[in-house]
Write a protein that binds this ligand. Structure first.
Ligand code: URA
Length: 445
């Protein structure tokens, strides 16, 4: 076998994309050389979107062996730069670099309160974050609803922020550029829900971003990319092992994603809810998950002595968030429910009877919000900051006839009909509260 050379001006002559696609289509295993050639070729535009989309669909349908996933991930890491922040110091001490990444959920705004909590506890978070993927929202799309906020940071800016304030949330840029292209292509080709593609996407960014420890929030349930607990466990195990193979201590937490997190789903609405959490309020599930993940991150980073819950009560996490937003060009004065833009057109779904709100299907809510304009149907499309949905009655809460259950927001009223259709059958008003499920299902180390 010949070794592929990254950045080589000429493609390897004995490989061709149709044969690679056919191999995977027919259930074959891709060799290391082939994987290196594909990732390098796609990164440098020698393989086009059409052929890559076909290969991604074949991977989606046929899966990958552990060895293929490991090589695909390593090739994506090698497609760009790998940051190293181990030389950085604050008050003469090395930074406690630690990050978290979610496999994607509905209403999953946890990064927004979590990063400031960890900053306030002495951690340093170098977070390469993503945009919306499929029916799930992306941290960058949410944060960019803050006027002026930019995620396009240079390496020097990231280094400076880590030293000065203890965090940077940035678009991956030159980190794992293969993932940037593949992620955008998966988003619009129905190939998001694939264990090998999720594991390699998450881990290539996290290995390249320069964190020294990682906590993964692996979602389980209707609103997750992998719906069954068995699949989510396998995803978590695969990612934890990939971390170990690359010298990155990684721990995974399995968390419930049958119902949306919190009371808001969308872009600006989720920032508003995150501000409530940072002010010491907010929905109980968002607070619980934020603090649980903060605990895991601090433990993995070897930081003890500060109770993360205190930082929500005493305003230090909010101060850290303001510092982060300000450092990234955001208008700190706009950090309020009144100032953040919600869609100019709204529709309210009201209860037709009385009872108790049953489970709310997270996938249906995610799709409704995507239809309102919070996500993309073409690569690079602009999302609406104001698109979103507010949940007035969470599962288990009492409902009276005529009461509002959901409010939908969009700037394009013609989108409301399709979004309302997604919500049809997505919830039910029951006589009994739904069975309680734990939010945190398990930890995988
Ligand atoms: N987050 C990522 O970075 N990639 C995925 O595929 C899913 C979640």
């Amino acid at each position: 076998m010949t070794q592929a050379t990254f950045g080589a001006p000429e493609p390897m002559s004995h490989l061709d994309a149709p044969s690679v696609i056919r191999t995977k289509r027919d259930g074959g295993v891709l060799s290391d050389d082939v994987i290196d050639w594909v990732i390098d070729g796609y990164t440098h535009d020698r393989i086009g979107d059409g052929q890559m989309a076909a290969l991604l669909m074949a991977i989606f349908l046929r899966g990958m062996t552990r060895a293929e996933i490991a090589r695909w991930t390593a090739a994506m890491v090698a497609s760009g730069e790998r940051f190293d922040f181990s030389d950085l110091r604050r008050a003469g001490r090395p930074l406690a670099l630690v990050d978290k990444h979610s496999t994607g959920g509905v209403g999953d705004k946890i990064t927004i309160p979590l990063v400031p909590v960890v900053m306030a506890c002495g951690g340093a978070v170098p977070q390469a974050a993503g945009r919306g993927l499929g029916h799930t929202g992306g941290t960058l799309d949410k944060l960019e609803s803050i006027p002026g906020f930019t995620a396009e940071l240079t390496k020097q800016q990231i280094r400076q922020q880590l030293c000065d304030i203890g965090a940077a949330i940035f678009a991956a840029g030159e980190l794992a550029p293969a993932d940037r292209k593949i992620y955008a292509l998966r988003d619009v080709t129905g190939t998001t829900e694939s264990l090998p593609l999720i594991a390699s996407s998450v881990m290539s960014k996290k290995i390249a971003e320069g964190t020294r420890a990682l906590v993964l929030d692996t979602k389980v349930g209707s609103g997750a990319f992998l719906a069954t607990e068995a699949e989510a466990r396998e995803l978590a195990r695969t990612m934890v092992d990939l971390g170990a193979e690359h010298g990155l201590p990684t721990r995974a937490v399995l968390t419930d994603m049958e119902v949306p997190l919190g009371r808001t789903v969308g872009n600006a609405v989720e920032v508003v809810e995150s501000l409530e959490v940072l002010e010491g309020g907010g929905p109980a599930d968002v607070v619980e998950l934020t603090l649980a993940l903060a605990g895991e991150m601090l433990d993995l980073a070897g930081l003890d002595g500060v109770d993360p819950a205190e930082t929500l009560g005493d305003g230090t996490a909010m101060d850290a968030f303001r510092a982060l937003v300000g450092a990234q060009g955001g208008d700190v004065a706009a950090l309020s429910a009144e100032a953040l833009p919600l869609g100019s057109h709204t529709e309210t779904v009201r209860a037709s009877g009385s009872g108790t709100m049953g489970d709310i299907d997270a996938m249906a809510v995610g799709l409704a919000v995507w239809r309102l304009g919070a996500g993309r149907s073409e690569p690079g499309q602009r999302v609406q900051s104001g698109a979103g949905l507010r949940i007035h009655r969470r599962p288990g809460e009492p409902v009276a006839p005529g009461e509002p259950l959901f409010t939908l927001y969009t700037d394009t009223p013609e989108r409301l009909g399709a979004a309302l259709s997604e919500l049809d059958g997505a919830y039910r008003i029951a006589t009994e509260p739904p069975a309680q499920r734990p939010l945190i299902i398990d930890r995988i180390t």
